[in-house]
Design a protein around this ligand. Structure first.
Ligand code: AMP
Ligand code: MG
Length: 430
């Protein structure tokens, strides 16, 4: 058995980022992984501007509350005012550039407009407050400096990142293409929702969970449905999958029971490492490669390196393969912890590990497993964690009820009030 940490180091390192890139309009790039740095050609803001509606002036012209200054100009947002004349004020509105020469803004709530004689012109303003130089001014470049890198290659683009790219004027972004992931479930007991549940059957839940997880990670899913527990059918499904996908994900059939055909099927169609990972839920995990051309045509793979790619340029000879356990919670948890980093790596993402947080356990776990455990827990209103009462790997209700996982070291009991390591689902679902 290998440790989860070993697996987490080895598994993503085996695959290399997909070569092909795409250029998308910034609006379409949500969820994609950036393939080239975004460098700003400008300062943001491009010039000093006001963060308040009010009056721009020189702080030194305000001797104290009650000072009256003539209003020399009116500067709405989007308009560049004239050079500021000392001893005057400019009526100004949020977002407008500060006229050159002015150094402060007084918010309109602290001012009183004094109409001009016969109501003509812009009149004057009485300033009813002390004024500090620089107040209510957003300085040129305070957000982004010209020529700085605002987003680095490998950044997964969320809504805020798209906004930042747009802020610096990036109309298009170069991103990794979507990984194509083929998915199938094995098990003669499985039927699809909408079909009658014959005796001995269960509904196929993994197909929905895994498909949803893949979609959440920005994959194009090739859903091959349910494959019967037969060697030939499993081999055919693997070949079909490998002809279309970068990665094949399966659920079930990876144990070493008589009805578990994935192992021999993968060995026949490619190569397999069967990994027993010391974690609960989720012990068996199969990792390998499926060839979509006869092995005879395959040049010898270079040993070791991350790019152990025997693909010739422009030619696809196969797919990566990850076989997940059949138990619904096991496949869910192993996907989040082990498949997600592989998919992120295919996309060229740089941050693979989820963040985790030290939180208080409002439960006890007196009989820990000998393996490292991932417990389904929920955040409570007092900032602690509650435990789902049934932690069996078949109980999918626990995954819906929970907000995340407690990563509990092997053999470590948890006492009420202990600090534990919490991985929120929000960290691993995209
Ligand atoms: P296996 O890994 O094939 O031995 O399956 C382990 C357990 O998970 C068995 O109880 C299966 O019935 C169940 N299981 C396997 N695949 C699925 C699936 N797609 N949806 C729901 N349960 C499954
Ligand atoms: Mg099975």
């Amino acid at each position: 058995m290998q440790s989860l940490d070993e697996a987490l180091e080895r598994l993503p390192a085996r695959v290399a980022p997909l070569g092909q890139l795409e250029t998308l309009s910034t609006a379409e790039a949500l969820g994609r992984v950036l393939a080239a740095d975004v460098v700003s050609a400008l300062d943001v803001p491009p010039a000093d501007n006001t963060s308040m509606d009010g009056y721009a002036l020189c702080a030194a012209d305000v001797a104290g509350p009650g000072t009256v200054l003539p209003v020399a100009q009116r500067v709405p947002a989007g308009v560049v005012g004239a050079l500021h004349q000392p001893g005057t004020a400019a009526r100004i509105f949020t977002g407008a550039q500060i006229p050159i020469g002015a150094d402060a803004v007084v918010m309109q709530e602290q001012c009183e407009a004094v109409p001009g004689e016969s109501g003509e012109g812009l009149g004057s303003v009485r300033v009813n407050a002390e004024v500090q130089s620089g107040q209510w001014i957003r300085c040129q470049g305070e957000d982004v400096r010209k020529d700085s890198v605002v987003l680095t290659a490998g950044h997964k683009l969320d809504a805020a990142a798209l906004g930042l790219a747009a802020t610096v004027g990036a109309a298009q972004l170069t991103v990794a293409r979507r990984p194509r992931v083929a998915l199938f479930s094995t098990g003669d007991e499985l039927v699809m929702p909408g079909e009658p549940l014959k005796p001995g059957a269960i509904y196929n839940s993994n197909r929905f969970t895994l498909r949803g997880l893949l979609q959440g990670l920005g994959c194009e899913v090739v859903d091959l449905g349910i494959v019967p527990d037969q060697l030939d059918a499993t081999r055919a499904a693997l070949r079909e999958a490998a002809s279309q996908a970068d990665l094949i994900i399966t659920s079930g059939g990876v144990s070493v029971g008589e009805e578990d055909h994935l192992r021999p099927a993968v060995q026949a169609e490619g190569e397999l490492d069967l990994w027993q990972i010391a974690m609960k839920p989720g012990k068996p995990l199969a990792f390998g490669r499926i060839f979509c051309e006869p092995l005879a045509g395959v040049p010898a793979a270079p040993q070791g390196g991350a790019s152990r790619s025997w693909e010739r340029p422009g030619e696809r000879l196969g797919s990566w393969f990850i076989g997940l356990p059949g138990n619904p919670v096991s496949s869910f948890v192993t996907f989040l912890l082990l498949v997600r980093p592989v998919i992120l790596r295919l996309q060229g993402a740089t941050r693979l590990a989820p963040r985790r947080f030290a939180l208080r356990a409002d439960f006890a776990w007196p009989k820990p497993d000998r393996r490292r455990e991932f417990l389904r827990v929920r955040l409570n209103d007092s900032g602690g964690l509650d435990l789902f009462p049934n932690q069996s790997s078949g109980v999918l209700s626990s995954a819906v009820w929970a907000d995340g996982l407690v990563d509990n070291p092997a053999g470590a009991p948890i006492a009420l009030g202990d600090s534990v390591s919490f991985i929120p689902f929000s960290e691993v679902l995209s």
